[in-house]
Design a protein. Structure first.
Lengths: 559, 226
């Protein structure tokens, strides 16, 4: 009896073990995709992509690909491929920020092994989630301010600032603890974003050095009100202003940071009345869109020098040969010696050798001009928006290297017939083909950190240049005035603000960005210009000329 | 004095001056004009060496015919020395134009192999036409006529008629077009032709050279025998 029971138990344990193996044996890899905030997207704007891999027994070597189709259904379409992860892949969520090409077409996610075999794929349609305008993003509990908002969880916040491309404003109702995400939000604010942060009793949970950099008040502290709620108090930072009050207490401070705005509400959302929320909403500005600088970059492209041999060489060679021949024809018969004909032949041979060397040095046929215009805004946080303005003189395959995961967004307007908008993006580089005489603008976003600090002291500016290099061209914007500064030496030096004649060269550029960056808001802004032709790579493979134009806007402080 | 006569006899200077001026002008117009990209965008430019090499090949052929005819003495008693004289005169023209050919390297961004192939072809082709020039002049002189019309008519036909084969659909028939110096130079510059086409390109002037050389030598022997 006892023996039989033991055997029965042994069989049951064996059965349970066998049964537990069934899901593992029959489980197959799966991928799931979520695009956009609350799955809402805009055409040709960046959106956060969350791809979940499940059902993998072990980690595999492979890659995760997102395939999109550009072009309206029924019209000419182009395949756009992004490899968002490559190498060792396991179960879990992979985040990426990708441009949404044409949401009317389905998006396909493919999980491949290292041999290219498809392990799992998923096709998602975004047709019902297309928005025409940017919308508020509410993080945490539902806060219905416009009836168009996207409501997400704090864990869904992306870590790339350009992922907020579709956001009109971001409202942090729920405490966000991740420093990386706060930093991304700070970068977004500097690039023109509009962030609203609720604090009150939640403040100790979210308090961090990164957040304090972002806040419009310094020395923040909590005070308990008569009704038991906690309110945040502090000393407003420079150019911070109060945009909502409740009797004697400040409800919301707002401050411009870079090209954007940050507002901090001194209470939790649930401690506010609907009218107070509405008042704050009305006072908070919308996100400023990064201006289309294509016109500005096109000017840089147009002024780029075309490498070519001197135009005079051919006529000079021809003229020299003619003169030699005519001297020989005119004076040759009079002389017995062969000096003139021998000299003529020696000259022809020498000229052939010299022109061969010269031609070898100057046979610069540039198939691709690549003018990279970087606009960097540096404040407590920093962004780098780079435009590659490309011009091809021959059909050419282009590879653009970019920071890992910063996939480029090409311009939508074709400049020649038969444009191929197909592209293949890996994590660090993107490839596409340009037709002859095609011009294309490609936007790449990145992060930048402050390595220059400036502060205004009356009629002088103190600049701490931590780049270790002298900066030859710099300007200071103080209100409506623009001053040209001397070369900025490495280290901390003071420069006097001498009156400068109107800077016509800057006027076109400033017109382009004046609606975006508040250069004339009354504070100090430093503009550092750098223009260099980086390389003329005339190898047989590339035939490329690269020019870098960098504009660094550094937000200074008044001491 | 002797060298002057050898190289520039019978309006030789004029012929070479024309060669230099025309080739210089064509090469000059093949060069990029734009100094800023804005100019390049409004007037796109591509390296295109074909016009220069076509001009160079055509003029070299015309000069070879001319110089070939110039070595025939008025008494029609041709000597073997005349063959050397033709080659020296053709070579002198090529030497004068050599700096421009060398400079045309700027029009070849991807290697200069096509230049050597084309120049080699033009030399061979010029040599064959130089010998043919002698034969045309001898034939015309016997009838007390000028060979100018025949020479240049022949050149036009030689360069033009094979081009008609370009309209053929079959590749084998279309390859006949490469017997024209124009099509041959174009094919050598574009480096698109098959190996068989390259053989045809060089074989035709080589065969013409050998045949015309044999005929010229026969004439020389007659002179010696006479």
């Amino acid at each position: 009896m006892c023996k039989g029971r033991v055997r029965a138990r042994a069989w049951s344990v064996f059965g349970i073990l066998l049964f537990s193996l069934v899901p593992a044996v029959f489980a197959s890899p799966e991928v799931a995709l979520r695009v956009g905030f609350d799955e809402q997207v805009l055409r040709l704007r960046y959106a956060p992509f969350q791809i979940e891999i499940a059902g993998l027994g072990d980690s595999i070597q492979g890659r995760l690909i997102v395939e999109q189709t550009r072009g309206l259904p029924g019209a000419r379409q182009h395949q756009v491929t992004h490899i968002v992860a490559e190498g060792t892949l396991g179960n879990g969520i992979i985040e990426a920020t990708l441009p949404v090409m044409e949401p009317l077409n389905p998006i396909r996610v493919i999980l491949e092994d290292q041999h290219g075999a498809v392990l799992a794929e998923r096709v998602e349609s975004l047709r019902l989630n297309i928005r025409d305008w940017t919308f508020p993003v509410i993080v945490g509990e539902a806060l219905h301010i416009e009836q168009t908002e996207a409501i997400i969880d704090a864990s869904e916040l992306p870590a790339d600032w350009w992922a907020y491309d579709t956001a009109d404003s971001v409202w942090l109702v729920e405490p966000v603890i991740s420093a990386t995400k706060i930093e991304a939000l700070g970068d977004w604010v500097v690039s023109g974003g509009s962030l609203v942060l609720f604090s009150g009793a939640d403040f100790p949970m979210i308090d961090s050095p990164v957040l304090r950099e972002l806040m419009p008040v310094r020395e923040p502290r909590l005070r308990q009100l008569a009704d038991g709620t906690y309110i945040l108090e502090g000393t407003p930072k420079e150019r911070a202003r109060v945009i909502a009050t409740r009797s004697e207490d400040t409800l919301c401070w707002q401050r411009d940071l870079g090209a954007g705005s940050i507002a901090v509400v001194s209470l939790r959302m649930q401690d506010l009345t609907d009218e107070e929320v509405l008042a704050i909403h009305d006072a908070v500005p919308s996100a400023a869109r990064v201006p289309a600088v294509e016109r500005m970059t096109f000017e840089a492209l147009r002024s780029t020098v075309v490498p070519r041999p001197s135009y005079l060489v051919t006529p000079l060679l021809g003229a020299a040969l003619l003169v030699g021949l005519l001297i020989f024809a005119r004076f040759g018969p009079r002389r017995k010696s062969s000096l003139i004909p021998v000299s003529l032949m020696a000259f022809a041979l020498g000229a052939a050798v010299w022109s061969g060397f010269y031609a070898n040095q100057h046979k610069t046929f540039i198939a691709l001009y690549d003018v990279r215009t970087s606009v960097q805004v540096l404040s407590s946080f920093g962004t780098n928006i780079a435009w590659h303005t490309l011009y091809s003189t021959a059909p050419i395959d282009v590879t653009i290297e970019h920071p890992d995961g910063s996939y480029p967004l090409p311009s939508a307007v074709p400049t020649v017939r038969g444009v191929m908008f197909s592209s293949e993006s890996e994590i660090g580089a993107s490839r596409f083909t340009l037709q002859q005489d095609e011009r294309r603008d490609v936007r790449v976003n990145g992060k930048e950190r402050l390595d220059i600090r400036a502060s205004l002291d009356g009629s002088r500016v103190e600049v701490a240049n931590m780049t270790r290099e002298e900066i030859p061209e710099a300007y200071a914007f103080v209100g409506e005035e623009v001053y040209r500064l001397d070369a900025l030496r490495p280290g901390t030096f003071t420069y006097s603000l001498e009156p400068t004649p109107p800077l016509l060269a800057l006027s076109g550029m400033l017109r382009t960005i004046q609606d975006w960056l508040p250069l004339k808001s009354g504070g100090l802004w430093l503009l550092i210009l750098h223009d260099e032709e980086v390389a003329v790579d005339d190898s047989e493979e590339t035939h490329r000329k690269v020019r870098h134009v960098t504009m660094r806007f550094v937000e200074g402080a008044a001491s | 004095m002797r060298l002057h006569k050898t190289l520039l006899a019978d309006h030789g200077a004029t012929v070479y001056v024309m060669l230099i001026i025309v080739c210089t002008l064509v090469l000059m117009f093949s060069m990029p004009w734009a100094s800023r990209l804005s100019e390049l965008i409004s007037q796109p430019w591509q390296p295109f060496p074909v016009p220069f090499f076509l001009t160079y090949a055509f003029l070299s052929a015309a000069i070879a015919l001319n110089r070939g005819a110039s070595v025939v003495p008025s008494d029609q008693l041709l000597q073997t020395r005349a063959l050397g004289l033709v080659l020296v005169r053709i070579g002198f023209g090529q030497l004068l134009i050599l700096p421009l050919i060398s400079y045309s390297r700027v029009l070849f961004p991807d290697g200069a192999g096509a230049i050597f192939l084309s120049v080699g072809y033009v030399l061979l082709f010029s040599m064959s036409l130089g010998f043919l020039g002698i034969l045309f002049e001898l034939h015309a002189a016997r009838r007390a006529r000028s060979s100018t019309a025949v020479r240049y008519g022949f050149l036009m036909l030689y360069a033009g008629v094979p081009l008609l084969f370009l309209v053929a659909k079959q590749p084998a028939i279309r390859a006949v077009a490469t017997t024209s110096p124009m099509a041959a130079v174009w094919r050598l510059l574009s480096q698109e032709g098959t190996a068989a086409e390259q053989w045809i390109i060089y074989l035709v002037p080589a065969v013409v050279s050998v045949l015309s050389l044999v005929l010229v030598l026969k004439q020389c022997r007659r002179t010696t025998d006479g």
